[in-house]
Every structure is written in C-alpha cells, then in structure tokens.
Design a protein around this ligand. Structure first.
Ligand SMILES: *[C@@H]1O[C@H](CO)[C@@H](O)[C@H](O)[C@H]1NC(C)=O
Length: 572
C-alpha cells in the first residue's frame, strides 16, 4: 500500500492528479476560429504532397496499423493510386485528429506533419546519430480513422524488413551502455524462467510482452498514470523506429519512484528481474529510461528532444559571466530529507550561503500556465543545484543540460545515463551532510575561477547533448531489451489479461497535453539510423578502477572545501 501511496508523488511533488487532469487540460485543442488557417494548411499540405508524388513517383500507402510497413519495393509497385484518399480530401483533413491537421503543431514541430515526412524520408530525423540507411527509411504516420480508440491491427511485414543482427559498421555506443551488462549479470548463467518473472508480479506496475513486433500489456496498478502511459509510448516508438529488431520478450516493469528489488532479500536463484528507472547499490533493478523523455504532461515538461533545443538556445542567449553568480534550485522541498535541508542554504539577512532556493507550487503553476516553471529559463544562474527526491529525480537532466556547472548533492540513486558522469569533470560533488558550506565554497571558488567553472558546465551540457540524445536513449532501450530477451528460457506468450497497445490505440484517443507530447515525441520514420554497437562488459579490474576514480574525485572535492575552511580559520 505504501507503493500505492507513492504513486501519487512525482518529482517535485506535484500531487498526482487523477486521469481526468491528463485528459482535460487547457491547451491543445485548436478552437473553431482557426478554421481558415486549417483550410490553408490543409490545402498547402495537399499541394505539397501532390508535387512530391509527381516528382518522386512514390506513394504513401495507408497501412491499417498506421505504421507504414511495406517495403519500398512493394510501395513502388503500388505507386500513385493511394495518396488522394488520405491527404487531399478536405473533409477528412479537418475531422481527423491526426497530425496532418493541426496548424499549431504544423508550425512548431514541422516533422510531425505529413508534409514534412513527404520531403525526404532520409532527412526526416533531425539528428541522425549513426549512419542513415536511406533505403530502409519509411515514414511512420498516425491515422485516426474515427474518434474512437482503434483496435490494433496486425502488420505482418513489419518484422521482415530488417535483419535482427546489428551491423558491425555502426559506431560504438557511449561508455555508460556497458552498465547494461552489469544490470543483467545476476541472470547471466541461469537465465530467466517464467516462474521467476511471475514471482516479480507484486513488485511491478505492469507486465509487458512483445511478440512478433506487437505489444501486449497487463497493468497491475497506476492505470493511465502519465508515467505508465509515456513509458509504454516510448516502447512503441522504439518498436516503430527499429521494426523487427525488438525481440520477443516478457518483462515486469516498476514505474514507482523507488527501486523494488532489494538484493539482500533474495538468493541468486530467486532474484526477480524487474525493470525500473533507478537503483542504488542495495537493489538489482534493471535500468531503463524514465517516461519524461517523451514528456510529462502533469508538470508541462515537454519531450526531451524539443526541450533540449530550448536549453541549447537558453545557454546561448546568456553568457555565463552575465548570469546570476549564485546556485539556483527550484522544486518541491517535501520530497525527501535532502531537500528539506537544502532550504537551510537559502540566503537570509544574516547569512549568504550563495544558494538561491525556491519552492515549486504546481497548482499555482498550472493556473498560471507554467510560465515560471519554464526549464530553459532556469539556465540564467551561474550554478545549478541537483538534489535527489524520494529516489532519483527526473530533474537531473534538466539541471545538468544547462551549461552552468551543477553542484551535485550526493545521492545513492542513479539512473541509466548517470553512470557515465564523472564527478569533478561533469559536476561538482557536494556532500549531503555539509551542503550549505560546500555550496558556498563551490560558488566562491567558481566565481574566482571562471574558466574552470565554465568548462565543467560545458562538459555536462555536452554529455547530455551528445550522449543522452534521443537516438541513444532508444539505442539503450534496444540493447537492454535485446540482451534481456536472450536470457529468457521460455517462449513468451500473451498473458490472459493483457491488452494489445499500438501507436493508434495510444495516440488517437489522447487529448490535450498528452496528445501534444505524443505527437511531438512520435518517431517519424523507421530505419533512419542503425543502432550503435554495444561496447563489451567491464573487466572486473576496470570496474574497480572506475569506481575508485569516482570515489577519489568526490573525496578530493570534499577535502578541498574542508581544507579551505581550515585555512581560513588559521588566517583568522
Ligand atoms: C529564499 O530566499 C529568497 C530571497 O530572500 C526568497 O525570495 C525565497 O522565497 C526563499 N526561498 C524559500 C524556499 O524560502
């Protein structure tokens, strides 16, 4: 029951609203006044499409599943007969809630429209990390024939278009991918049986089965909660992005705040495999990217890719030296002891710890349209503070993607990418038991050593821009799922109470911010890039050295500020 209670508490403490708040927001639905604009856009889209078909001779066939799964050969042979049915009929364009129709979306996220997909399939992807394989690129379209939630349809050709083997030509994934091997190590020799999976049921929010590229879910609780919905949405995008590559699998997923597999409570043969967003050294959860990469409607946090673009702009807009020379934090202080203590580091009339600490009031934010919680606008301080919540905090990537250095309050929790960060290089470690003094020291030091401080801020920004971009988020998911599936000792089957989900079943009935974020974070094309190549496991010695190096860097920073204080006392 404690688990259920935690359901409600999200990062920075927005009380979890019930489902209705997800489905009845204020933004999103374009009013009738936009009708003329819509018409114009519809006509433009139609023109665009016609010109394209005329020039290329390819067609967009309308697959039942919305995911256009036919191979190019198939499509070419059917050329030119289909397009008029989908795009040029004005009545359909207006009534269907599909991506082609919303003018606002068409402007702000051009790739979400059919018009953009029409341009050059190989260019659809905004940041292709790896090699684009032009021959395989197939646009993905969302078709919502009626307002109702469509039934997911079988798409038989989906699996056959690509080989399951990752080609050797792809570049190697970032270093932190090597932790995938560590997360799965407990099951490496004996594998995972169906009984073992089922023993994990009480720890899981949902069970997910992938069979032949189709996705089935049995939700145990938290039904329709944003974190469940957007985690599943991410998995659907992965499957659409890499058709045929996500193997058959059966897994348990925990969407709560805290990891659930307490290693000490199990023997090696009873340790249940559970996917989750974070872990500490006492838990054996298998790490997976959290839902916020696809957006978090409850807190109006948009999907990672467009948000990162805004961050980049915000970084460029204000030079580091022109930013407020203090350490900024804003959030809900009731989430965990560390946050309570952090309040002590705020500036008062008597004492300035160089902290500028603010509380986030989500209900007020919601009323005011989230004006003051704009994450990109929070980059105008020279230093940012990261502090954990009840477990990991979704805020970490938003804090660290500013190119102001992060003062990182020590935490036992880590999420998947965090294992690639090096204290002293990507962030300034702050001991949890001496926060205020350490913050004061770090800020004073940075204000006297601009070059070093800026280098640290740049290093963390670069890490997120390059190594935690969506391409790699998907690749991480693909690799951990692929390696996990290899451990299964049985052929997965659809659980009795499971329902199938797909692009249409999720996006067509969605509304407001949920819909907006889904359209923004929807994969627009298959086969745009090859997944990166998984680097090998750490050798035991390598792992030990890496951990030592991190611990040393933390110790060094701590002794530094302690010595500096001792020094000051001596002078005094
Ligand atoms: C921290 O101090 C600032 C400046 O006095 C104030 O505006 C802010 O409300 C304080 N924050 C908290 C959480 O009390």
């Amino acid at each position: 029951m404690a688990m259920r209670a935690r359901l409600g508490r999200l990062w920075d403490g927005s009380e979890e609203r019930n489902t209705s708040s997800e489905t009845k927001g204020k933004s999103g639905s374009p009013g009738p006044k936009r009708f003329p604009i819509r018409m114009i856009v519809a006509v433009l889209v139609a023109l665009f499409v016609l010109v394209y078909f005329y020039s290329s001779g390819t067609s967009f066939s309308r697959s039942e599943r919305g995911v256009d799964s036919q191979s190019l050969i198939e499509r070419n042979s059917k050329a030119q007969s289909v397009p008029t049915t989908t795009i040029t009929q004005p009545s359909e364009v207006q009534s269907s809630p599909s991506v082609t129709t919303q003018p606002s979306e068409a402007q702000s996220i051009p790739t979400a429209t059919a018009a953009a997909a029409v341009t050059e399939p190989s260019e659809v992807e905004s940041s292709p990390s790896t090699q684009p394989s032009k021959a395989q690129a197939v646009p993905i379209k969302l078709n919502c024939p009626n307002e109702a939630a469509p039934v997911c349809q079988r798409s038989s050709s989906l699996a056959s278009t690509l080989s399951l083997k990752t080609p050797q030509l792809s570049p190697t994934c970032p270093e932190y991918f090597r932790w995938i091997h560590e997360d799965l190590r407990p099951w490496k020799y004996d594998g995972i049986t169906k009984e073992l999976i089922e023993s994990a049921k009480s720890l899981a929010t949902f069970r997910l089965v992938v069979l032949d590229g189709r996705v089935y879910v049995e939700e145990y609780f938290g039904h329709s909660m944003a974190r469940n919905v957007f985690t599943l949405w991410g998995i659907i995008q992965l499957i659409n992005r890499y058709p045929g590559r996500v193997p058959d699998l059966d897994l348990m997923f925990n969407c709560m705040d805290q990891p659930s597999v307490k290693s000490a409570q199990y023997s090696p043969s009873t340790l249940p495999p559970v996917f989750h967003y974070c872990k500490d050294d006492q838990t054996s959860d298998i790490l997976f990217p959290d839902w916020s990469f696809w957006g978090w409607p409850d807190t109006n946090i948009q999907p990672w890719a467009p948000l990162m673009e805004e961050m980049k702009q915000a970084n460029e807009e204000m030079k580091w030296v022109d930013r407020e020379p203090y350490a900024f934090w804003k959030g809900n202080p009731t989430m965990g002891a560390n946050r309570q203590e952090l309040l002590q580091c705020n500036v008062t009339r008597e004492q300035d710890w160089n902290g500028r600490i603010y509380t986030q009031d989500w209900s007020r934010e919601e009323e005011q349209g989230y004006q003051s919680s704009n994450l990109a606008k929070q980059c105008n301080y020279r230093y940012r503070i990261y502090v954990d919540g009840l477990a990991w905090s979704v805020s970490q990537k938003y804090v660290m993607a500013c190119d102001s250095p992060t003062l990182f309050i020590d935490t036992p929790w880590y999420e998947f990418f965090q294992r690639g960060l090096m204290p002293g290089h990507h962030y300034w470690p702050i001991p949890a038991n001496d926060k205020c003094k350490a913050i004061k020291f770090a800020v004073d030091w940075g204000n006297k050593h601009h070059k070093e401080a800026q280098a640290m801020g740049k290093a963390s920004f670069k890490f997120f821009e390059e190594e935690v971009k969506m391409d790699y988020v998907y690749d991480y998911m693909l690799h951990v799922l692929t390696d996990y599936a290899e451990l299964l000792r049985y052929k997965p089957t659809v659980p009795e109470k499971a329902t199938e989900i797909c692009l249409e079943s999720m996006a067509c009935p969605a509304q407001d911010n949920v819909k907006k974020f889904m359209l923004e974070s929807m994969e627009k094309s298959t086969g745009v890039s090859e997944p990166c190549k998984l680097p090998p496991p750490f050798a035991p010695e390598e792992l030990r050295q890496l951990n030592d190096k991190k611990a040393d860097a933390v110790r060094q920073a701590i002794s530094w500020h302690q010595n500096a204080r001792a020094e000051r006392r001596r002078k005094f």
